[in-house]
Design a protein around this ligand. Structure first.
Ligand SMILES: O=C(O)CCC(=O)C(=O)O
Length: 263
């Protein structure tokens, strides 16, 4: 599969997100979705109240309700999700290497965002603190690589992003973006990411975004693999099973070098 990488880099730098369509076979995604939904449904049955942190065992679903009918879950690097086409995808690794100018980066989370029917609007937010107040930093050290497990639509709660806002760096606005953007008459220019499964997309976590209502009859599961430059640390744990680590390629082992190994 050929992509114009210079153009893709420009899209990420200018828009704060970039899509790589038809990167994964749909049949593979469907198999992953089936296995993933078993865990996610267990989390949904168990977690009936909003919680601040994911709870539970990776093998039976480590997750939480984060917003009404919207669940976050860490996923295990076990078959069929332990697939190098996800975490060691040559197109995505090549892309990140070009963006950062180094291959010294690692996987810092295996998480997922999953609105079920009944999920409502999230507030506009960014997923990171402002590292450089007053300066739109041209190189962010951390990205979310996202893999929708179903086609995402206006009905099932496709992701909404406000392109270009990754460079907004006004310290006084930080934490107040939802209030600012939802004022009557405030001019916005936003985009819904209605995606075919098989797409992998890269999200600059600084760009303003929000989850949208799921009015369909099915969940909208989406995997997130975080990649961080060697010096950047995030708060959440990255846990994988020791046998999953041992099955990894040399590159895979370098990518997961900071993972906590569970016996
Ligand atoms: O995946 C989505 O629809 C939005 C998720 C999100 O932005 C979040 O939970 O912080």
């Amino acid at each position: 599969m050929k992509f114009d990488m210079d153009m893709k880099l420009a899209e990420l730098k200018i828009n704060g997100f970039v899509l790589f369509e038809d990167l994964l076979p749909v049949e593979k995604i469907d198999r992953m979705c089936e296995a993933f939904m078993v865990l996610l449904d267990q989390v949904r049955e168990r977690e009936t109240e909003i919680r601040p942190l994911e709870e539970g065992d990776l093998r039976s679903g480590k997750g939480r309700m984060q917003w009404p009918n919207r669940y976050g879950m860490y996923w295990p690097l076990d078959p069929p999700l332990a697939d190098p086409q996800l975490y060691e995808n040559p197109v995505i690794l090549d892309f990140l290497e070009r963006y950062w100018g180094t291959d010294d980066f690692y996987v810092s989370c295996l998480h997922s965002n999953n609105p079920y029917p009944g999920a409502t609007w999230q507030p506009w937010h960014r997923d990171t603190v402002l590292l450089t107040p007053g300066i739109g930093n041209p190189r962010h050290p951390h990205f979310g690589v996202k893999i929708p497990l179903v086609d995402t639509t206006e009905e099932n709660g496709s992701f909404e992003v406000y392109p270009g806002t990754q460079y907004a760096a006004e310290a006084d606005y930080e934490g107040k973006y939802n209030d600012i953007l939802t004022q009557p008459g405030f001019a916005t220019n936003t985009r819904r990411l209605n995606l075919k499964r098989g797409t992998i997309w890269v999200q600059d976590p600084r760009a303003f975004h929000r989850g949208t209502p799921n009015t369909s009859d099915h969940a909208r599961p989406e995997l997130c693999i975080c990649y961080s430059l060697w010096w950047f640390k995030i708060a959440g744990p990255l846990e994988i099973h020791r046998e999953s680590f041992e099955r990894l390629s040399e590159r895979g082992k370098r990518l997961f070098k900071h993972a906590i190994l569970l016996d």
